[in-house]
Design a protein around this ligand. Structure first.
Ligand SMILES: C[S@@+](CC[C@H](N)C(=O)[O-])C[C@H]1O[C@@H](n2cnc3c(N)ncnc32)[C@H](O)[C@@H]1O
Length: 200
């Protein structure tokens, strides 16, 4: 698909895409920058779209790492498959089914999850399911990175994730926020989660 076709596809599906432009190279690089690619083996991307962030992930990933990329739009999935990288598993299904696909693809946990899902427009029950699944599978020291065009979106996931920092990328249309988070561990369960992390 050329740029115009991608734009038309985004306009036609604005309720699920959430925008009519995709992340610039600058924003895509900012989104992947907090990930420790030396250690990350299992990476999940939610709302991969035209593959702008996917490409940055693949450029940095270890040869033995796996990337599970969720995208519901059929045409965008074709673009993602065209990236033709054996480390990339394109899932043409909704992001809430993370658990099912992690098991299917022998990914025991998530080291880093990157989401460009439009949390502002998605139905609340769907958002909750996705966030709960990410929280469940994310390693104790793993990262959850969420892209947003609003500084207030963090409220949608602050019960699941603790914000480490917020990045702001002006070189994008529109300028965007990137929330870098760790999973929130319930009080009293820190030791258990630490041991689980070591076992993984
Ligand atoms: C804002 S776009 C981001 C695209 C690209 N990653 C970027 O950064 O420009 C959001 C993407 O999420 C996809 N999407 C929406 N709901 C989804 C769901 N439930 N599961 C997986 N992908 C979804 C849309 O089709 C769209 O491609």
């Amino acid at each position: 698909m050329n740029h115009l076709q991608v734009f038309i596809e985004a306009v036609k599906n604005v309720k699920t895409v959430g925008t009519v432009t995709f992340s610039s190279k600058f924003l895509s690089k900012t989104i992947v920058s907090p990930i420790d690619f030396d250690t990350a083996q299992y990476i999940v991307e939610l709302g991969a779209g035209n593959g702008c962030i996917t490409k940055q992930l693949l450029q940095n990933m270890r040869p033995d790492a796996k990337l599970l990329a969720f995208e519901i739009n059929e045409k965008f999935c074709t673009m993602l498959r065209d990236l033709n990288d054996p480390r990339l598993i394109v899932v043409e299904d909704s992001a809430e089914k993370i658990s099912e696909y992690l098991t299917q693809n022998e990914m025991p946990h998530i080291d880093a999850a990157v989401s460009a899902l439009p949390l502002v427009v998605l139905p609340k029950p769907l958002t909750e399911k996705v966030l709960q699944a990410i929280q469940r599978h994310l390693k104790a020291d793993g990262l959850f990175v969420q892209l947003s065009y609003s500084a207030f979106t963090y409220k949608k996931f602050d019960q699941y994730f603790k914000k480490l920092n917020t990045k702001f990328e002006i070189r994008n249309i529109p300028p965007a926020f990137v929330f870098v988070c760790k999973k929130l561990v319930p009080k009293g369960a820190e030791e258990l989660v630490r041991r689980q992390g070591e076992a993984n």
